[in-house]
Design a protein around this ligand. Sequence first.
Ligand SMILES: Cc1ncc(COP(=O)(O)O)c(C=O)c1O
Length: 362
Amino acid sequence: MRHKHSDYMHWSKTQSRARFNLATSGVASFPLPELPVDLKQLEINGDNSYGYAPLQQAIAAHHGIDPECVVESAGTSMANHLAMAAIIEPGDKVLIEHPAYGPILDVAHYLEANVKRFRRAEENGWAIDPAEVRRCITRNTRLIVITNLHNPTSVLTSDSVVREIGDLARSVGALVLVDEVYLDAVYENTPRTAFHLGPEFVVTSSLTKVYGVGGLRCGWILAQPDLAWKMRQLNDLYSATPVFPGELLSVAAFKRLNLLRERARGIVETDRKLLRDFLVEQSNLSAVSTPWGTTSFPRLLNGNADAFLNRLRSKFDTSAVPGRFFEMPNHFRIGMGVNTEMFAEGLNQLSRALILADGHTI
Ligand SMILES: Cc1ncc(COP(=O)(O)O)c(C=O)c1O
């Protein structure tokens, strides 16, 4: 039987909610009335067979590339699916980072790829080590997949390392898929997309995580024109045509992109400061801190993380994402940027649960 589901997505849709929800990865919703759009002008149908030109242009302008290289998709989820499905054939070797965002692995398995892994080591700050990629790549590798920022850790991979990965890929005729859905959560000196680094790069992203307009499902792939066309045609077998009102609203969001980003930034940065102070106090947690991103991935030093998170949810009404969804069962992921009051109380509940787990009474 082919792999046809995502344990993480199912958990996220059915088990992740709590009064104090630290199981998020995206920022607070941006209010619709603040988008520069006259809702009376919204249309249901429009000219968007292979994408709506003004939206493709907005995405292209955002990245400083040619609209020919932009493929619209339903979120980064469909972007990753389309990109991988267009590039690989069953049995092709695909090298994916470890730990990885579960649905990326699920799609690769669904497409019957021969999935290999390269390790991002916690002791190395979760950095990508090009020597490790070199050790794992072979003449048969067709695709290397990374996330930048890394989900779950929010670690940034520098252009020079991304370029090294590109050189390795090129040396065996492979491509590199870089999922950049969190990259714009680097608020200072935001790196340019890896798409500029060479033709071996295919990039996926969306407005879903950093901008607070996830419901628009505005996602995209950046690919060389031939490959971009392959993806558009493949999409004829999936969602076929984008949702036109969503495209109109997405164009409006691009007009105010900085405003959307800055609003979220305030919350993300306040939450990050709270998280830093919290982590300093915790003797049972270890975490690699980053100055950017919307997630952090602490490790529970003593005790079973799954049991701890179950208790955290049932007794403290607080949720976080179990590390098992990233193949790291002693860790868990905390999300920032939704609501600072809720975040602060979530950390407070987390610290009470940690005291209890330590054998103290509360
Ligand atoms: C690395 C990564 N890629 C893709 C996605 C899916 O994003 P979207 O909501 O744009 O489909 C997520 C969502 O959490 C993610 O973390």
